[in-house]
Design a protein around this ligand. Sequence first.
Ligand code: ADP
Length: 548
Amino acid sequence: MQGLMMDTPLVVTSIMRFAERNFPASSIVSAGPNGARHRYTYGQAFRRVRLLARGLETLGVRPGDRVATLAWNDYRHFELYYAISCSGAVCHTINPRLFPQQITYIVNHARDRWIFADPMFAPLLERLWPEFEGPKGVVFLTDGVGMPETDIPGARDFESLLGTEAAEFAWPDLDERTASALCYTSGTTGHPKGVLYDHRSTVIHAYAACMPDVMCLGNRDTVLAVVPMFHANAWSLPYACPMVGADLVLPGPLMGDPETLSDLIDGESVTVTMGVPTVWLGLLAFLRSTGRTVESLQRMVVGGAACPESLMRAFRDDYGVEVQHSWGMTEMSPLGVMNTPTRALDALSREERDRVRLKQGRGVFGVEMRIVDDTGTKLPWDGVASGALQVRGPWVCRQYFDPDEDDPAHRPDGWFDTGDVATIDEFGFMQITDRAKDVIKSGGEWISSIALENAAMGHPGVAEAAVIGLPHPKWGERPLLIVVRAAGVSVEKAGMLEWLQDKVAAWWMPDDVRFVDRIPHTATGKIAKTELRRLYGNHPLPDAEEDS
Ligand code: ADP
């Protein structure tokens, strides 16, 4: 027997309509260069979205076309999110931090028809243009005055595309399975892979993001999105904030600049913010060196890479900010788990609770997860057994867009293999111990590079730490700790190893410590382990020869 409820499609257009009717006065503030701020309301934003949709029509954009963006977090990028998707085309966000060859691969693979780009990317686009196969031209996110000098054919400015006529637009009635957006993973192995979101997955994911035990977003919040709109939908904030009418603050090109972030938090009375650990480590160092505070800030969601314990403690204990760890992936829209304490944890000591808070988080309704061993057997949720983490759910990618390689991650039984290795405890809290490809196997046992990095980062003399496995004749692999010293603090190998002694198992102790000026990062802010292995893979471990 079928139910008798209305068949209203879950489409991004409905978020826009709802926000415009219910929260026309909620604001979007974007930071520009030299301290400039652009501010307007959702009402004004969605009026411009209609003008932009008409502009897209005049460019010849048709339903299903891919329209690329190469842009920072700002109001014009927000307008593109809605105008492109709601007119039935696909908003393809490109990460400008990728290698130029990857950008070319992505533009051609997606068969992008137009590119909307920040003017600062004009030289890059000019260089790559001869390699691009599909795009008809570039629209620069500026007005006539800010238009860069360029000989890219079809180049024009965003504001003239919008025009000023009465802002009516007949939005198409879309099937909820229509593709809405496209984002490529950064492709640390092989080519980048396209994740094609649809309207339905986007709406359900944004609903989930707002829930109290997830990101707990509400109308009274002012949300600073330090997660880039060019990667994994900025963790759904451009959809979730309009859904509840929260004010949205966008840091523009200065996303990684701690002073800008601090000014925005103070100036806009930001209550909640989200970003990757490196951004918050930068903000912490800035607050400490300037004596500034973040009075309005209540919560900080940290994900994309493991949140160091030192970061969580510093913001909680010294600045009164609750730090919520989370984990996700481009393939998961990106929300996977969120660390919000449950009642069951009340019975634990403060120390035990803190240990749980450092885990990546617990399940969110909409994502099922399991851990399995090498034979595919399900492992228990006991906090000890660790195995391959697999997920499934309505906002998890079913298959990559037009894959040109085998795709073993999407399993025939309907689960997606995340490539992460994890434990899940009896309270349902999941902890990532490693990326499968970064796991260090010593004497047949796994050493968690993430746990080692975390422990090392707690040392006051450490600005950043990374661990890689090096080949070892006796043990198979042994860990090498790579450290960037904090400014003005001197730390040596002996001091580092002594610091770790009561924090990790004896056999996890790094065989050596290498001090470097900088640790390379990927385009999504993660430690670039492949690059580290290339740079330091030949580092001689002190005892390797005697041991053999
Ligand atoms: P990329 O394009 O770099 O793959 P993603 O954002 O999709 O970008 O990366 C997802 C991966 O990032 C996860 O599979 C996991 O390895 C890592 N990751 C994300 N959040 C965390 C976290 N909180 N702790 C540890 N690793 C994380």
